[in-house]
Design a protein. Structure first.
Length: 278
């Protein structure tokens, strides 16, 4: 079952995407394709990759890289629309900046940085293959803040083929394809390069074992999140019960005994509630 699942993976799968992008030539190709620039070389950080560091606590689904100019790139595959994608890019940008500042860099030395989301949906509903965001002056669009930040969202559901390079459209159609369709000939050199990488990964017993470890860690993360949600739900229920009992005149000690918490916790809940209603 696990072997069949591994063989059925496409680039949309987070593990497969991370494994493909860990190859510098693939990461370099995506960067050049998305941004329309040329870079001499790309260094992909395997230290931050779940594919190569399964002991890493907290599953990272993004790819982190830098080029010869120290420009930083954070690239992630998104298969389902999540709330606050814009805030997510802000978080990634701040993480890259903070990491550099903590190593002794001054803010004026911060390199340019790009956050790239490859979305298997249209994040803004405008039927564009590519949405690029940079800091511009609201009153005069010719004035650039020059903060070195750029966020790019790609969409597999674009319709504006005449506005973007044909190679980018080919790549996004490949991303959108299901397992069977993804193996066809897209008449594109870069897509073939990615297909070859995927075939090699699927032929590797070591990569299959890494995938199984990855799946287990993802399962553990989901279970931990579920348990945390249950605990938070139980705490909220206990807090509401404490407030209701307090309003009905029950002594704080009695409330604490019923809910099996200490009196200080009950007093804290009551104080927070009274502060919120002022």
């Amino acid at each position: 079952m696990a072997e069949r699942k591994f063989q059925d993976l496409t680039i949309k799968n987070n593990f497969m995407f991370g494994a493909v992008m860990a190859e510098p030539k693939n990461c370099k190709g995506v960067i050049e394709l998305v941004l329309g620039i040329e870079v001499d070389y790309v260094e992909v950080s395997r230290e931050k990759s779940m594919v190569y560091h399964p002991e890493y606590k907290g599953v990272r689904l993004d790819v982190y890289a830098k080029d010869e100019n120290n420009t930083r790139y954070n690239i992630e595959m998104q298969v389902a629309q999540k709330p606050a994608l814009g805030k997510r890019t802000r978080y990634y940008q701040s993480q890259m900046d903070m990491e550099l500042l903590l190593t002794g860099n001054e803010y004026k030395e911060l390199p340019n940085s790009y956050v790239i989301f490859i979305c298997d949906f249209d994040p803004f509903g405008k039927r564009k293959y590519r949405y690029t965001f940079q800091s511009k002056c609201k009153e005069d669009q010719e004035v650039d803040l020059e903060d070195g930040r750029c966020c790019v969202f790609l969409s597999t559901h674009g319709k504006n083929e005449n506005e973007v390079p044909r190679e980018l459209v080919n790549f996004l159609k490949f991303v959108k394809a299901n397992q069977e369709e993804s193996q066809k000939d897209f008449q594109d050199h870069f897509v073939k390069q990615i297909q070859d990488s995927i075939r090699w990964i699927k032929s590797s017993r070591e990569m299959e074992e890494r995938f199984m470890i990855f799946e287990e860690m993802m399962k553990d993360e989901r279970e931990a999140g579920r348990r945390e949600g249950m605990i938070e739900g139980e705490q909220a229920k206990a807090r509401n019960t404490a407030l209701n009992m307090h309003q009905k005149g029950y002594p704080d000690e009695a409330i604490a005994e019923v809910l099996e918490v200490d009196v200080e916790t009950v007093l804290e809940w009551i104080s927070e509630s009274e502060s919120a209603t002022k």
